[in-house]
Design a binder for this molecule. Sequence first.
Ligand SMILES: [Zn+2]
Length: 538
Amino acid sequence: SCGVVPLRITRSTLGIGILLILLVTGAGISGLMARAGTTVDSTPDIGRMMATIRHFSENEAGEPISRFAYRVEMDALEDDLRARMADAVGVRGTALLWPFPSRHPPGSWDPATAACGGLDPASVAHSHPTTWPAGGDIPYRSTFQNVIGRLPGTNPGQGKYVVCSHFDAIGARTPDWRGWIDVAPGADDNLSGTAAVLELARLLAAEPPLPFDLEFVCFDGEELGLWGSDTLAHAERAAGAPILGVFNMDMIGYNPRLDSLVVMTNRSSWYLGNYVQETEALTPQPDLTFRLMIDNLLNSDHGPYWSAGYPGLLMIESLQIVKHNPQYHQVIDRASTISRDGRLMGKAANIYLKTLRRLAAAASTTPELRVGETDMIVSVNGAIESRIATPGDLVTLDGGIFNTGGDTGGAPINVSFHLIDNAGARHFLEASTVTTPIRTGGHLRVPFERVATTDDIGAMTIEMEVDDGTRVVTARRAIPVRGTMSQVVNHYLTPNPVRVIESAYLNYELSTDASVRVTLFDMHGDELGRAYYNYTVG
Ligand SMILES: [Zn+2]
C-alpha cells in the first residue's frame, strides 16, 4: 500500500522557522560586537603561514627537505619548531618538547606487525627496511617529540581547548620511496595544519587572556600510526585532564578549484561541530564552501582523543583525500602546491579562531544550556546508535547538555525525562538534579534508561528537559519500536518545501493496509495540524 498526501504549506508555517534562525543570528552577532575594538577582527596572516610551510619543507636552495618521523635530523627540526612556538605564545605562554619513546626502538622493527595507520603492510615493509643499503643497523630514532605551546586562561586548570596538527611527513605513495634517504616535505600534509596552529597561537597570545587554557600541539609520529597523539591523549586521560575540545587540522591547504573545507565529527562530538558550523555561519567567509560531516574516521590526531573520551573535530580539505590530493603522501607535496597562496588554509584557521573567540566572549555572560536531538545518543541493548527497538529491549539514551554561556558555578540544574506517547501525550518518567559545574564550552551527558513496551510500538519518543532556574530547554529523540502492526517502510517529501513554499507531496509506503495519521509540526515541534486517511489494497 502506498499513499500520496498533498500538503499545503503556507508562508506562516515556514515563517516561524525563518524567524527563529534570524533570532539566533542576531544574538550571536551582538556577542561578537561586545569584543569589537580590541583585536577581535585580526585574521590569520597567510603570508606568515606560507613562510612557515616553506621554512619546514625546503632548504635555502629551495630544494625539498624531509620530515619523515624516523629520521635522526628531526631533533634539530623539533628544536626549531619549539622556538617558533615559544615566539608564538609569547611571554604569557610556555613552549616545550614532550618526548615519548618509539614503539619500535632500533633493531625491533617488525613491518609485519607494525601499526602504521593508513599504510598497507607492503608499503610499510618497503618504507622501513631493516638494514641500510650498505648493511648494518639503521640509526632510527628511538625517542620522538611533540611540540607543545601552552597559554593559560584567566581560570587556569578549569578546562582547556587543544588546537593541534602533526608536523611529521611521509612519502610512501611515491614509488620506491626510501624513508631513510628520500624526502617527505609534507607541505599540505601537514605543514598546512602546523602553520595554522602556530598562527592561532600567535594571534590568541596577543589578545586578552581567554577564560580557558589553550594548548597548541604539533604531533610527531602521526604518519607511523598516531604515536604522538595516542601517547599524549592517554596521558591526559590518566591524569583526568579537563579537555573541553580538540580542534585538529590535517591537510587544509590544497584545493585547486575552490575554497572548500570539511569539519568531520563523530556522533558524540556533534554538538561541538554544530557550534563551529554555527559560528562560521554568523560571519561567513566569502567564497567558502564549508560542511560538517559525521563520520568515525580515526586516521588523524583527533582519533586518540576520541578514544580517550574527549570531544574533538578534524578540519580537512576533503574526506576523499586520495582522490582529492594527488600529492598526498608523495615527495611532490611541496609548498608550491598550496592553493591560492594559502587562502584556503587561512580560512580554515579562521574558523577555529572565530569559534574560540566566540566561546571566550560567552564566558562573561549568563549560562546558556543547550540540548538537541543530535546530542542524544541512543543505544539498544548496548549497541550504540542502533536505532530500532522491539518491546523488551533496553533503550539507553545519553542526553548531552552543552553550555555556550558563562560557568554555571555548580548551581543546580534540574534534568527530567518524559515519554511522548504515540498519541502525543507527555508522561513524566524521572528527574534528577545536577550540581556539577558546567563551564563555558563544557558538556555533560545525563544517561537515561527504559525498557521498550508494547505501548511504545511505533515510536518511543523521549523528551529531555533541562531547567537551570532561568530557562527551560527541551529536546526529543524518537526511537522506532517494531511491532506486528503496519509500519511506514518508506517515505519522502517532494519537492523540498524549504525551496518551494506553495505545496509539497508526502509519499509513503506501508507494510500492510492501515489507517494513517499525518501530523504537521513547525520547527519548534508545535503541532500545526493533522489529517487521517484510510487505505486498502489497491
Ligand atoms: Zn596528515
